[in-house]
Design a protein around this ligand. Structure first.
Ligand code: MN
Length: 402
């Protein structure tokens, strides 16, 4: 099980009027996007990419899913630019981290397009995980320029890969095995162009809370000039799996295109997936408790209705005979009244003035009370010898009784 905790901060900086960066910091998915393009393009591009990533990554648990999420974000940015001349050519970087479970255990995967960066801070040292897709980055990797020269290189802002400008995008993928206490830093170039590695290390070593650390790094970028928008996500590994096997602690290695077969978790169980994603078991019990509560309430409601339905009797006439029913007249939902007694009295035994009332039904609280009612009703009344000539309603006269 791996449990992560993240904090983020983003700021327009001291020079720019708008913030074209965007950040994502969910439970297992994190991203920084640095947008570019005239008018509002940069802002729209990074926001579209992050919103697309947020949606895709909410249900993604595999490396192939992460790659597809980045390709989907690429389409989302170009779709947002479609048909709007002002937005033509807008694009964004994206550095994305996602916690996934593999056969070998939990891994933090990092996907990258552009010159935003992911770093891992392990055991007091900081190492850049991603490679910059920039002119300067390529020259550096070639050995054409030194790191010192790169910092002030006139073309250090020119990036060679971006989301949103082409239907296809080449995505780098890296795999991190985290150990407890490791911190992963995602940031836009607004941080790294202003703040030295040493200063970043000092912050990551001393500020424990990831949100505070992210805010502090942003403030430092601004204190050094804040020439660009600056965005930071700090992801802390609070709990990790015990380390075993040959992979070195905190190793970052490019894994390139990923064969989905190796780590597709499509058939893993619901419980296994929750365990892998570090979701607390307590939530499961809470859900179970809620289901039981709802079931209990439903059972209680039905029981009450049954009780309420049965706690009533009524006297009425059926085929000329006075009978007693248990239940509510006309029924209550699916609880229909049932006949519980046929009395020895016929409707002709009932005084004419009461026959209509009896036919339409007389409620009594108990069987005993219903019997008493019938007894009292017929007591002392002598039916006429020709009951069929009585002048009350047809319903009663057509039944001369038994
Ligand atoms: Mn930037």
């Amino acid at each position: 099980m791996t449990v992560l905790r993240a904090g983020s901060a983003t700021d327009p900086g001291m020079v720019r009027s708008s913030n074209q960066d965007a950040v994502l910091a969910e439970v297992t998915a994190f991203a920084v996007a640095d947008g570019m393009g005239g008018h509002a393009g940069g802002e729209i591009a990074s926001a579209a990419a992050v919103e697309s990533l947020r949606r895709s990554l909410a249900t993604t648990t595999t490396a192939e899913g992460l790659m597809e999420a980045v390709r989907q974000a690429n389409r989302a940015v170009s779709d947002a630019a479609d048909g709007d001349a002002d937005l033509a050519g807008m694009g964004t970087t994206a550095v994305v981290a996602l916690l996934v479970g593999t056969e070998a255990g939990d891994r933090l995967l990092v996907a990258n397009v552009g010159d935003s960066r992911a770093y891992i801070f392990h055991d007091g040292s900081l190492r850049q995980v991603t490679e910059d897709h920039s002119m300067v980055g390529e020259l550096l990797r070639d050995g054409s320029i030194t790191a010192e020269e790169a910092v002030h290189h006139p073309q250090r802002h020119v990036i060679t890969r971006v989301l949103g400008t082409s239907p296809d995008v080449d995505v780098d993928l890296f795999e991190l095995r985290l150990s407890e206490g490791d911190r992963v830093l995602l940031c836009s170039d607004g941080l790294t162009n202003e703040v030295s590695d040493e200063e970043i290390i000092r912050v990551l070593r001393t500020i424990v809370d990831p949100s505070e650390a992210a805010r502090d790094l942003v403030q430092r970028a601004n204190a050094h000039g804040g020439n660009d928008n600056v965005s930071v996500v700090v992801v802390d590994a609070l709990i990790t799996e015990p380390l075993s096997g040959p992979v070195a602690i905190g190793t970052a290695r490019p894994v390139g295109p990923v064969a989905p077969a190796g780590i597709d978790k499509g058939d893993e169980s619901w419980f296994a997936r929750r365990r892998r994603l570090g979701m607390r078991r307590a939530v499961t019990f809470r859900v179970l408790f809620f289901i039981l509560l709802v079931a209990g309430l439903a059972y209680g409601a039905v029981s009450f209705l049954r009780w309420y339905s049965n706690a009533n009797y009524f006297v009425t006439a059926k085929h000329g005979q006075v009978v007693i029913y248990q239940g509510r007249q006309g029924g209550l939902l699916w609880f229909q009244p049932k006949q519980v007694e046929v009395t020895s009295s016929t409707l002709t035994d009932v005084p004419p003035a009461f026959r209509g009332v009896v036919v339409s039904g007389v409620d009594e609280p108990s069987l005993e009370a219903a019997r008493t009612y019938v007894t009292k009703l017929v007591a002392g009344y002598q039916p006429t010898p020709t009951p069929s000539t009585t002048t009350i309603s047809g319903a009663t006269t057509t039944n001369p009784g038994g």
